[in-house]
Design a protein around this ligand. Structure first.
Ligand code: AMP
Ligand code: MG
Length: 487
């Protein structure tokens, strides 16, 4: 276990130089205080969890103090936003403080979001509000606990600094961690500004640090792109299987590591709705729940375009062709597991699609349906779940098909079935209304609800005593919350 001043830095991205990022010091927040910290994220830095409560912790992650070895930098990138190219974006309100490596030799970027203005702030104030910082914190840690690759969050620090959005709010900072903060948009920036030398340096950097095994391949850059395609196909399969809607899948929010990245107006589905749009400024539904699949491919094509100086167009196209089949295989595998199936049959895809259609038409709670399906034998579970459906004949037909499929799948006890299904079907997810309750309490100075929710969501598959209220469908007021897109 380490104390805060014992972190070891190795600032590999900063060493790429000024073409890639700009030195900027964080601008401190007034009266910083700890809102919430993740013990699990602290463990990744070998930090003693007790240090979260010390004043220096809040000072370090609110811009008041800095390690001597930190080298805070704002990164430059660009990207396609809602399908249109924006030539220059960059860290407008976040800083890469430095890269720390832990005792296991893993490097972690420490990125402070809400740290003040940078050369890339454009019209923004460089700040993040408490509300959006809490949402990013809870979502990163909850996704990780669900087994969905994501950036991590160490802590949220609140303050008295006023920040103006639709109304006056308070500034906060969230300390984000990832093995890299490089986005598709980094490659696009150097491609469209016609800086081939820097682009090659960036490609080498990513290859050496994050895809070293691709070095052994005859075409290392192509192997790396294939790997990025695969990771994104797997990631988006998990989003779809667990009902996560990102909301702003611009290429500047896509990680070259294939992790969930940059949280805005995201939402988990309550009722199943393939057409769900969580981002209220997304009028055309470009980033609707079901569109995440083709948009994943669109974004990879944008990255492919930026890689044309290194890789032939034919090879890029071939690699892009891997995306859909891989997505489908991963998604179906996860959905089989959610249904408690251990074997594969040709009709499984259709079994899943029929179920989703029925859920869609009846507004069935996506998470609770699968959890309850595993509570008892298939026959008993479907009999109990039947009442949630409007189209009873349709559900009965599906239930017959499912029960027969379960029989063919194998002979296992109810206990085995429950254990296997509960291990993949969470009881607790970050429902928007739960986040909203925690935020409302935090805004009035009570951080206990954020902390409790974080704690519950860190073990989503495990039924926790006294936590029934976190495993309910939303109340009416919480069903269709409009989450502000300003953050
Ligand atoms: P996002 O929608 O959070 O992914 O942000 C898109 C771009 O706008 C990024 O370059 C951000 O750094 C920048 N940005 C968002 N909010 C602010 C803000 N309050 N101040 C400065 N830049 C911002
Ligand atoms: Mg972003």
């Amino acid at each position: 276990m380490k104390a805060l001043d014992e972190l070891t830095f190795d600032n590999r991205f900063a060493r790429l130089g000024d073409a890639f990022s700009t030195h900027v010091l964080p601008e401190p927040l007034d009266a910083p205080r700890l809102v919430v910290a993740s013990e699990a994220a602290m463990a990744l830095l070998d930090l003693d969890p007790a240090v979260a409560e010390t004043p220096v912790f809040a000072e370090l992650f609110s811009g008041h103090k800095l390690w001597a070895e930190a080298e805070p930098r704002a990164m430059v990138y660009s990207g396609h936003q809602f399908g249109g190219y924006t030539p220059q974006l960059g860290d407008g309100r976040g800083l890469l403080l430095g890269e720390v490596y832990n005792e296991a030799g893993e490097h972690w970027d420490l990125h402070l979001k809400g740290a003040g203005m940078t050369p890339y702030s454009r019209m923004g104030d460089g700040r993040a509000v408490l509300r959006s910082s809490i949402r990013e914190f809870l979502a990163s840690e909850a996704l990780h606990a669900l087994g969905i690759p994501s950036s991590r969050a160490l802590c949220v620090i609140g303050s008295d600094t006023p920040v103006w959005r639709e109304k006056q709010e308070r500034g906060a900072m969230v300390l984000r961690m990832a093995h890299s903060h490089i986005r598709f948009g980094h490659f696009e920036y150097f491609y469209y500004t016609k800086k081939p030398e820097q682009q090659a340096l960036l490609a080498e950097h990513v290859l050496n640090l994050h895809y070293p095994e691709c070095r052994e391949q005859p075409e290392p850059y192509l192997a790396m792109f294939r790997e990025i395609v695969e990771r994104n196909a797997e990631l988006i399969a998990k989003w779809q299987a667990y009902g996560f809607c990102h909301g702003v899948m611009n290429t500047d929010n896509m990680s070259i590591l294939g992790i969930t990245f940059d949280f805005g107006p995201f939402a988990f589905l309550d009722d199943f709705d393939a057409h769900f749009i969580c981002n209220h400024s997304d009028h055309e539904g470009r980033y609707s729940f079901s569109n995440q699949v083709p948009i994943g491919q669109w974004n990879l094509s944008a990255l492919a375009q930026a890689l044309t100086p290194f890789i032939s167009v034919d090879a890029l196209k071939e690699a892009l062709g891997l995306y859909l089949p891989l997505y489908q295989a991963n998604y179906l595998d996860l959905m089989r597991r959610r249904l408690g199936l251990t074997t594969a049959e040709d009709d499984d895809q259709q079994l899943v699609e029929r179920l989703l259609k029925l859920m869609q038409n009846s507004g069935v709670d996506y998470t609770l349906f699968f959890r309850r399906l595993g509570d008892e034998s298939a026959a008993l579970a479907v009999a109990r779940l039947r009442d949630d459906f409007v189209d009873l004949a349709g559900f009965d037909a599906w239930a017959e098909q499912y029960k027969a499929r379960v029989v063919r799948d194998g002979d296992y006890s109810e206990e085995q079935r429950r254990a296997r299904m509960h291990a993949v079907n969470p009881l607790y997810i970050l429902r928007n209304y739960l986040a909203q309750n925690a935020i409302a309490a935090a805004e009035s100075g009570d951080y206990s609800e954020v902390r409790r929710l974080h704690e519950v969501l860190s073990r989503p598959f495990e039924e926790q005593a006294g936590m029934e209220q976190y495993a309910q469908r939303p109340p009416d007021w919480g069903k269709h919350l409009e989450i502000s897109c300003s953050s």
